[in-house]
Design a protein around this ligand. Structure first.
Ligand code: PMP
Length: 391
């Protein structure tokens, strides 16, 4: 008699083959064969010297992508949210003040994370599609006196790229750390961590980098390190404690590395390869290509009679475009039609933009005029065949 009461699932007897799709939503983007192949290399130990060398390469690649000399630069094992929590959990102690800029979902999420660790959270809020002036930020910092200010560079829920120049200085004038989310913008829009006085910057692997989801670059300035490594209380998360992660990544100057967690070895191979591709292409070339492709796309959309959600041309995020949901149509029918008939993912809104927009992400290798033509053709087709209400 077998002791097994739960039989082996029948569904697992089927061979799995992932569908081939054009991943033109706000992420994840398509992973090119070279990066997939890197991830398929044999596993080695997470503490083997070769692995430590790969991590060192990743660190250099992130320093390049972020334009920073920060020693405290690593990749968190986890997605963009993990890096977000890593930043907030390490930089803030219970009872301290945090100010978040909310012009989409990411400022809301950052506020919720800070609340969960007992921070005093205030937010400045503007309409979806908008952004903040330096004066508004200055006034709010003077009023709330937070230890940390959160801003999203590439607001993927609304399609806005937020200006960054000057904000670091304003934060520092108020004795506040400047935390920036560049998950959706890194590699696709100009960003200079050091020059722009950003204290903590994090990103994700699955957007412009075209690596699989699951690793997240993050970097801390000297000023941020002063705060992070002089806490009175330990961060609530052991997994995200920068004291441990700094040691595992060889950033703490100690001779020995201590086991903290088993790093996602294959994901690190892929991340390394994706950073190598970005370095080969050149960051400025990548920024320029994303800009040109986005402009070509925006022109094509307007020629079709569609409207862009972000009115200010300079505030349009080159990686993720928000299109005003075509009047009279059900946006869900459009996205489903395009998935079914064109094998192509575009998505609806998120958070404050739900129901208002369609979102198209053209990131990394997907940022090309050929991809734009494919999306425009799919949209043209959908608008012809989807139901238009009579009202
Ligand atoms: N911030 C921004 C701007 C994002 O676009 C995303 C992903 N859509 C995240 C954070 C969260 O990243 P993840 O889904 O990898 O946790």
């Amino acid at each position: 008699m077998s002791s097994i009461t739960v039989p082996p699932p029948k569904c697992l007897q089927k061979t799995f083959v992932a569908p081939r799709r054009h991943m033109f939503g706000p992420g994840p983007s398509n992973v090119p064969p070279r990066i997939l192949a890197a991830g398929a290399e044999p596993i080695i130990g997470h503490m083997h010297p070769e692995m430590l060398e790969i991590m060192s390469d990743i660190k250099s690649g992130i320093q390049y992508a972020f334009q920073t000399q920060n020693n405290m630069t690593i990749a968190v094992s986890g997605t963009g949210h993990t890096a977000m929590e890593c930043a907030i959990f390490n930089a803030v102690e219970p009872g301290e003040g945090v100010l978040t800029a909310v012009n989409g979902i990411w400022g809301e999420r950052a506020a919720e994370m800070a609340e969960r660790i007992g921070a005093r959270v205030n937010s400045i809020v503007t309409t979806a599609g908008g952004y903040f002036t330096s004066e508004e930020i200055d006034r709010a910092l003077a009023k709330h006196k937070p230890v940390l200010f959160f801003l999203t560079h590439g607001e993927s829920s609304t399609g806005v790229v937020h200006p960054l120049d000057g904000i670091g200085d304003i934060c520092h004038k108020h004795n506040c750390l400047f935390l920036v989310d560049c998950v959706a913008s890194m590699g696709g829009a100009p960003l200079h961590m050091d020059k722009q006085g950003i204290d903590i910057l994090y990103s994700g692997s699955q957007k412009v980098l075209n690596a699989p989801p699951g690793t997240a670059p993050i970097s801390f300035s000297e000023r941020a390190c002063q705060k992070v490594f002089n806490r009175k209380t330990k961060p609530v998360s052991f997994f995200l404690d920068m004291t441990w992660l700094a040691n595992y990544w060889g950033c703490d100057g100690k001779p020995a590395r201590i086991y903290h967690h088993t790093a996602p070895v294959s994901a690190f191979y892929s991340l390394r390869e994706s950073l190598a591709i970005l370095a080969e292409q050149g960051l400025e070339n990548s920024w320029q290509r994303h800009k040109e492709v986005a402009e070509y796309f925006h022109e094509g959309l307007e020629n079709m009679g569609l409207k862009l959600f972000v009115k200010d041309k300079n505030a349009r995020l080159p990686t993720v475009t928000t299109i005003v949901s075509p009047p009279g149509y059900d946006w869900k029918e459009i996205t489903s039609y395009i998935m079914k008939n064109h094998n192509l993912e575009i998505s609806g809104g998120l958070g404050p933009s739900v129901g208002q927009v369609l979102r198209v992400g053209l990131m990394g290798g997907n940022s090309s005029k050929a991809s734009v033509d494919m999306v425009l053709e799919a949209l043209r087709d959908a608008l012809r065949y989807c139901h238009k209400s009579k009202v």
